[in-house]
Write a protein that binds this ligand. Structure first.
Ligand SMILES: [Zn+2]
Length: 344
């Protein structure tokens, strides 16, 4: 498989200033930001730029031997460390000897064997004496043993080596590991730049998709490629039924058709829009339905809306261990619709 080695348009300025002083480069970076702004893409392009033999204004030239190797995924001084499940999603073949003992389910963890396998690599000479780059993502997948093994390495960092750790939620990482890294928070692109990029990718309804993804262009692109509607079905159904005394079963059926984590995310977003509309502010996620959202918010009981928002947040935290998806969908459909009934 070939990898993209260029920075996304909204990353270039930040990348140039980051790469401007490679001689003072920290040996470990924690690259983080809103999911879907392109953290892994940034780290990959950063690795390519560090390895490039003739960078242009600090960025990978895309023509030299090193760039060709990175693109083909076989640069000897670049290692990508990610869970087998992520590698499988990327379409990479997982080496049988590297795969975990459980052959049926690829591991969702970064395992200690993967960290240990780096040790001999640190002792090898690098191509033309350049950098060695270890790209590790998502860092949240490091299990405790693997995280501690990595921490040990970072306490006495190998020469000529840069670690790029990518995380959506740095708060979930081992604090001692975070303290060994310099943080590199990635900015969320401006709407104009993100929209232009989505249009270049041929995405339909780019505005609605970008808003629904909270401004994260890669999340909007993924949603378009999966041919999901810009307005999630569950939100569409909810807006149809909101404010009426219709039975909640049709909404419950729509909820059951997708994963709890997914529809809970959508409802947390519509709930934020409702609370913005209740305060007379413009909605954020579903602007195409702003009028309807505003009408619902004005008629509903604000205290009940707020309590239901808290309930949603709690369910979202539990969503990875749902007790019974059908019960949850039935209960949620009733509760969500009741919360937006007009005040008596
Ligand atoms: Zn190059």
């Amino acid at each position: 498989m070939t990898a993209a080695i260029g920075f996304l348009p909204w990353q270039q300025a930040q990348a140039q200033s980051w790469l401007a002083t490679p001689e003072r480069f920290a040996h470990a970076w924690l690259i983080h930001g809103l999911p879907g702004v392109g953290q892994v893409e940034f780290a990959m392009a950063g690795a390519a730029s560090l390895l490039c033999e003739s960078p242009v204004q600090g960025l990978a030239c895309d023509h030299c031997q090193a760039c060709r190797w990175v693109r083909a995924g076989n640069h000897p001084d670049l290692r990508r460390i990610r869970p087998d499940a992520v590698a499988a999603q990327e379409g990479a073949a997982i080496d049988e000897t590297e795969a975990s003992g459980n052959k049926k389910q690829p591991s969702k963890d970064i395992r200690i064997e993967q960290i240990r396998s780096l040790l001999p690599w640190f002792n090898m000479a690098t191509h033309r004496g350049g950098w060695r780059v270890a790209l590790l993502y998502p860092a949240e997948s490091l299990n405790t043993i693997a995280a501690n093994a990595l921490l040990k390495i970072l306490e006495e960092p190998p020469t000529h080596t840069v670690f790029l750790l990518v995380a959506d939620m740095p708060d979930r990482l081992l604090p001692t590991l975070v303290s060994r890294c310099r943080r590199l928070p990635l900015a969320t692109p401006g709407a104009d730049q993100a929209l232009a990029w989505l249009q270049d990718q041929g995405v339909d309804q780019p505005g609605a998709r970008l808003a629904a993804a909270g401004g994260a262009p890669l999340a909007a692109l993924r949603q378009a490629r999966l041919q999901q509607p810009a307005l999630p079905d569950c939100v569409d159904q909810f807006l149809r039924q909101a404010g009426t005394t219709e039975a909640s079963a049709p909404l419950a059926d729509v909820l059951l058709a997708s994963e709890p984590a997914q529809w809970l995310d959508s409802f947390q977003r519509i709930w934020l829009d409702l609370s913005l509309a209740a305060r007379g502010l413009p909605v954020r996620y579903y602007p195409d339905r702003a009028d309807k959202i505003q009408a619902i918010a004005e008629a509903a009981d604000p205290a009940l809306l707020a309590r239901t928002g808290q309930w949603l947040a709690k369910q979202r935290r539990l969503a990875h261990h749902p007790l019974n998806p059908k019960l949850l969908a039935d209960h949620a459909a009733q509760r969500l619709l009741q919360a937006v009934l007009p005040r008596q």
